[in-house]
Design a protein around this ligand. Structure first.
Ligand code: ADP
Ligand code: MG
Length: 226
């Protein structure tokens, strides 16, 4: 598995708010490798994740996920690629209100066209892996911020994504939680062999990453070993 971004340019907004969020970015990400994407606020980290995950089509450039150019797909094909090939973990967890932790995963499976019935055991196994065996029946409002993020990670892993995209996972948790969450993301990356990209400001995350990718303002990032 691999992700290769080639000459990506993204312009956002209209009129006065028009901004070049990414300009000619070329970079590659390998399988089982945790890459920390760092750079000042506004340097395009979230935009890069959105492009990599086929949430946003670049103005120019290729997004090659195992050889398929996600930027060249139709909207329908892109929606399918997002569902089937990409796992997302956002800061808030993006969970559905009213559903238990277990139901969050089953609902995602159902949306992806998989019969939830056959995934119940796997769902419990994954929630156990992320340390939530005792929280299967809890709803989002009954979980802590860190627990919600773990549910989101388990949900992302259920569909065995080729690409795992994580935006600022530790911004709202204390240092111990940040370390636990980071360890979990690193372990998962190696275990599942997915391409993992984590946008972050947190030294805890960069210390655990295999590679740190610096996003200078509006320039192509250069990879350096962690
Ligand atoms: P980061 O995640 O590194 O903080 P972003 O990818 O969110 O950076 O943003 C990159 C740039 O694009 C910033 O200058 C931001 O202000 C701009 N931007 C983001 N979203 C929009 C939008 N909808 N319209 C106009 N500009 C935007
Ligand atoms: Mg951001």
């Amino acid at each position: 598995m691999s992700l290769h971004l080639h000459d990506i340019t993204v312009t956002l907004g209209r009129g006065d708010s028009r901004t070049t969020a990414l300009s000619g970015v070329t970079t590659s990400f390998g399988p089982g490798v945790l890459t920390a994407l760092v750079g000042p606020s506004g340097s395009g980290k979230s935009t890069l994740l959105a492009v990599a995950g086929a949430l946003l089509r670049p103005d120019r450039g290729q997004v090659l996920l195992n050889g398929t150019d996600l930027a060249a797909l139709t909207d329908r094909e892109r929606a399918r690629a997002r569902r089937e090939r990409v796992g997302y973990m956002f800061q808030s967890g993006n969970l559905l209100a009213g559903l238990t932790a277990e139901e969050q995963l089953l609902a995602a499976a159902s949306l992806a066209g998989l019969p939830p019935r056959t995934l119940r055991a796997r769902t419990r196994e994954l929630l156990t892996e992320v340390g939530l065996a005792h929280r299967l029946a809890h709803r989002p409002d009954q979980l802590s911020g860190g627990e919600r993020q773990r549910v989101a990670l388990a949900r992302a892993l259920l569909l065995e994504p080729e690409l795992l995209l994580v935006d600022e996972p530790t911004a709202a948790v204390d240092r111990t939680r940040a370390e636990d969450l980071t360890t979990l993301i690193a372990r998962t990356t190696r275990q599942y062999g997915c391409v993992t990209v984590v946008a972050t400001h947190d030294p805890v995350v960069t210390a655990a990453a295999d590679t740190v990718l610096d996003m200078p303002d509006h320039a192509a990032p250069a990879a350096t070993p962690a």
